[in-house]
Design a protein around this ligand. Structure first.
Ligand SMILES: C[S@@+](CC[C@H](N)C(=O)[O-])C[C@H]1O[C@@H](n2cnc3c(N)ncnc32)[C@H](O)[C@@H]1O
Length: 451
């Protein structure tokens, strides 16, 4: 395919765009087909840009894209879209209202442009964002440039229902800084691989241990909170259809969600299926559980009553130490395994398998003191659902950029389906079904081998 001409690519692109948005028979396109077609359109658009730009320009654009991330973070972190709100603001108004370091607020003028430096800094970031279609530039009074929000910049607003502010912070601050140290981390972890060699995140933020220690650190508790919120926003962007495209209601209750975080999936499922009898037990590290319990306080009581938390450690060296509920019918691991290297993934999966096959405990208590809604008779055919992003032919940019991100954060990786199946088999599982969805994630359904 490498030698296709820009015209051939554009022709395929046009056909696909017509099939999605176009004329007469466009409405007959099935949901999954339309989803796949949109992914292909994104791929072809990138391909045509590459062909038209050529190796020199495209490579430099790729290298420079880190500065676009920086502009996005600048604008999001200072709440520029929030400051503009529903009105129109000049660069001067925006500069006055955003809270920036005193040096950036300096009023020195640049003689050639007669503009305060702070306006120019914001102006450079706004230019970059505006070039990508964020904000609408409107006529300001005199020489001043003025902007209002549009559909693109609305998602940068804190209070927008589809806000991506936390996700931008997590990606363009924690993950971006970590990724800048990937080359150094790779050098320190030279072969033979040194267990415990620093990750890129360790080098960037000066601490030892897994990434989750960074987000659990009370000295910057806001980072932990932001990370939880970011996961929710990222799922909303890439995996909203996971709620509808898999039959969650058919699962046997309770569902034990390992590393379930703040319970983003549970919030979506309890909202989408209020009548369902599926209950949830989320096992996560103590700091995340603390965060999650405070977030759940604001959820409707019908939803809250269906969700319990256990503070545990799926990597503990004893089964008891994991606090994973024993003998339950359904276990879920979502967006967790990509954070860990192969041996750690196998250790997590072995712990889950052992818990699945153990006799349920009578006095299981949740983190907030309630009784866990456990099933007391051991499940005959316990199931493990792995809901993870898998690298596959139709994977878009997001899968590849996330793979770099998880590598930088915790030495993780986005795996192919066969790599994931091999790890499940090493841990004593057999994959019985694979579910494709209109989402970045897929679900692999596995049962313990020989049971
Ligand atoms: C990327 S988040 C995924 C959260 C959630 N499953 C979701 O899809 O939104 C990974 C989660 O694993 C949890 N985690 C990390 N180490 C853990 C451990 N040793 N035991 C249990 N949970 C852990 C983190 O606290 C975090 O909530």
């Amino acid at each position: 395919m490498a030698d296709r001409t820009p015209i051939e690519i554009a022709e395929e692109l046009l056909q696909l765009v017509k099939s999605i948005y176009g004329t007469s028979d466009s409405t007959s396109i099935a949901d999954q087909e339309a989803y796949d077609a949109k992914k292909r359109v994104q791929y072809l658009s990138q391909l045509i840009t590459r062909r038209v730009a050529g190796p020199l320009e495209y490579t430099i654009l790729l290298a420079e894209s880190c500065h676009e991330s920086a502009a996005l973070r600048f604008v999001a972190e200072y709440g520029v879209a929030d400051v503009i709100g529903d009105g129109i603001k000049t660069l001067s108004d925006i500069s006055k209202e955003v809270k920036v370091n005193a040096r950036y607020l300096s009023r020195y003028t640049v003689s050639s442009m007669k503009l305060p430096i702070k306006h120019q800094r914001i102006g450079a970031a706004m230019n970059c964002m505006h070039m990508h279609g964020y904000f609408e530039e409107v006529q300001g009074s005199g020489n001043s440039r003025a902007f209002r929000n549009n559909a693109m910049s609305d998602v940068l607003r804190e209070t927008h229902p589809q806000s991506l502010r936390a996700a931008i912070g997590f990606i363009c601050d924690d993950a971006f800084k970590a990724a800048a140290y990937l080359a150094e981390a790779a050098r320190e972890g030279e072969q033979p691989a040194v267990k415990g060699a620093p990750t890129a995140l360790n080098l960037a933020f000066g601490f030892e241990g897994p990434a989750f220690k960074h987000w659990a650190n009370a000295d910057h508790a806001w980072r932990g909170k932001r990370m939880g919120q970011a996961m929710k926003q990222l799922h909303q962007m890439a995996n909203a259809n996971v709620v509808t495209d898999f039959d969650w209601r058919a699962l046997q209750s309770p569902l034990v969600d390992l590393g379930g975080g703040i319970g983003t999936l549970e919030m979506a499922l309890t909202e989408a299926y209020p009548e369902s009898t599926l209950n949830f037990i989320i096992v996560d590290i103590a700091e995340t559980v603390r965060n999650a319990l405070s977030i759940w306080k604001t959820q409707p009581s019908e939803a809250r009553n269906r969700v319990c938390y256990v503070a545990g450690d799926f990597l503990a060296s004893t089964l008891e130490g994991t606090r994973i509920p024993y003998g339950q019918p359904t276990y879920l691991i979502r967006h967790v395994l990509h954070d860990w290297a192969d041996d750690e993934v196998v250790a997590i999966l072995k712990n889950v398998r052992a818990a699945m096959l153990s006799t349920p405990l009578e006095d299981a208590i949740a983190a907030d003191g309630r009784s866990l809604p456990v099933s007391h008779s051991p499940a005959k055919t316990p199931r493990l659902l792995l809901c993870e992003m898998l690298l596959q032919e139709r994977s878009g940019r997001f899968a590849y950029t996330t793979s770099i991100q998880v590598l930088a954060l915790n030495n993780g990786i986005i795996r192919t389906k066969s790599e994931m199946v091999a790890l499940l088999e090493r841990a004593g599982f057999r994959v019985v079904k694979s579910h494709a969805m209109r989402a970045a994630d897929s679900i692999l359904e596995a049962v313990p081998e020989d049971v």
